[in-house]
Every structure is written in C-alpha cells, then in structure tokens.
Ligand binder design. Structure first.
Ligand SMILES: Nc1ncnc2c1ncn2[C@@H]1O[C@H](COP(=O)(O)OP(=O)(O)OP(=O)(O)O)[C@@H](O)[C@H]1O
Ligand SMILES: [Mg+2]
Length: 239
C-alpha cells in the first residue's frame, strides 16, 4: 500500500464540501494541503464545523463532495493501520479500564494481528513512555473514571503519541488544562512532530494559542475555510 515519504503532502483536500446533509453543507474547502512535519492549526467559532472537518479527514464522516487523500491513500480507502492518530474532542476512552490499558490500545494499533513477544514488549514500552511524557506515571493503574477532565485529555494524547502516527488530528486537545500543563502537553506534541516528521492538524478555538503552537493557521469563517485568513510563521520550540 502507498505510504508517504519525506517532503510529501500528507493531507490533500480538493473541492471538498463537509457536513451531514447535502442540502445543508457546513463548509467548503476549495483546496488544503498539509505537508509532512507541518503543524497546522484550524480555528473558528463554535459550531462552524471544525470537528466535522477533522472527522472527515479521519474518514469517520464522508465528505459531501470532493477528493480527499490522507497518507497517500484516496478516501474512502483508509490509511495504513496506525498511521493516523486521532484525539477526538469527546475522548473515546474506556472509562473502566486503566490509563495503561487505554494508552496500550494506541501503541498496539501500530502492529497487525496477534502480537509476538517482541511487539508486545515494544508496545508496552511505547505506552509507558507516552504516559511519562504526559506526566501521568502516578495514575498509570487508575481507571479513567477516577481521573480529572484534564488528566483524561492527557491520556488521549498519550494514546495517540504511543501509536507513533505520521499524522495527528488533535481536536481541542489542550482544553481543561492549566497554563503550565498545557504548555508541557503542547510541547510534547510539537517535539514529537519535529523528531518524527509527523504532520499535526490541531483544532483550537483560541487564536493566540493556535498561533503560538502552529506553523500555519487557517480560520474557518462563514462556512468556508478562508484562505485569506491563513498565516505562516517560523516556530520556536520550547524544550
Ligand atoms: N453527527 C451529526 N449529525 C448531524 N449534525 C451534526 C453531527 N455532528 C455535528 N453536527 C452539527 O454540525 C455542526 C458543526 O459541528 P462541529 O462539531 O463540527 O462544530 P465545531 O466547529 O467543532 O464546534 P465546537 O467549537 O463547539 O467544538 C453543528 O451545528 C452540529 O450540531
Ligand atoms: Mg468541535
């Protein structure tokens, strides 16, 4: 199956309309390209269709029209297992299972079929490392239901980092976090992207926060992904 290499476009949208009803499209995206290693923020008011756009890129919602290519694969086919990591706005964690178990689901996604001893050990190591990066070692054996909202959000981020994807779709992954934790979590994702050359699409309603994290910002406005409100900058990574 085709996969992306260095310098490639990881996400390409051409003439795409998104929404749930052909008669009431939410937004038009005439053209959008996201390259390997690029961090793109999408901002815009509540209800405009930001989550719908990432769900459409993730292949969870069908576009109403247009062409979508993700990790070298044209929709409706899906990228290779484990290449796309999605942090949903509603986190989709297993509430009665432990932090470790939830994150292990992410790292196991990289492997197909039953895991041999080596793969199983590797998946556990990735999971533990991602939990440590998110500062949740002390909660590793706690069930999700006993964690705060911000801690649960960090578990969802750890689950995606443990998967080691080529593309991360992060929907409001910094909400419910205090400034210090937010900065740590944002830096962990930026660092992962820089080290692995992974692209990140992050949805962020706070424009100044979006600007501080991303290389490029686009704003969804009046039902369009407005290219005139797009800006690019050079990023400083805080270590
Ligand atoms: N499964 C669905 N079926 C039909 N309509 C939906 C569905 N999910 C969302 N919508 C509608 O689509 C619109 C856009 O929702 P979406 O969640 O994409 O907005 P958003 O920009 O992410 O908002 P927020 O900033 O509040 O998260 C809303 O009017 C919402 O009610
Ligand atoms: Mg949303």
């Amino acid at each position: 199956m085709a996969t992306t290499g260095a310098g490639d476009v990881v996400v390409r949208l051409d003439g795409v309309t998104i929404g749930y009803d052909k008669n009431k499209p939410l937004a038009e995206i005439p053209s959008l390209k996201i390259k390997n290693g690029e961090i793109l923020a999408i901002a815009g008011p509540s209800g405009i269709g930001k989550s719908t756009l990432v769900k459409t890129i993730a292949g969870l919602v069908r576009p109403l029209s247009g062409d979508i290519e993700v990790c070298g694969v044209m929709a409706p086919r899906r990228p290779v297992r484990g290449e796309l990591g999605y942090i949903p706005q509603r986190l989709g964690l297993i509430r009665h299972a432990t932090v470790f178990h939830n994150v292990l689901i992410g790292s196991r996604a990289k492997f197909c079929g039953p895991l041999d001893i080596f793969a199983s050990k590797q998946a556990k190591e990735w999971a533990k490392k991602a939990i440590a990066i998110m500062g949740l070692e002390h909660k590793i054996w706690e069930p999700i239901k006993r964690l705060s909202g911000g801690q649960q959000r960090r578990v969802a981020t750890a689950r995606t980092l443990a998967q080691r994807p080529k593309l991360i779709l992060a929907d409001e992954f910094l909400s419910e976090l205090d400034e210090e934790t937010m900065s740590k979590v944002a830096n962990a994702v930026v660092e992962y992207s820089r080290q692995e050359g992974a692209a990140v699409v992050l949805i962020e309603h706070d424009i100044s926060r979006a600007r501080s994290i991303a290389d490029r910002l686009v704003v969804m406005d009046d039902g369009r992904l407005n290219p005139f409100l797009s800006e690019t900058k050079t990023l400083e990574v805080k270590m």
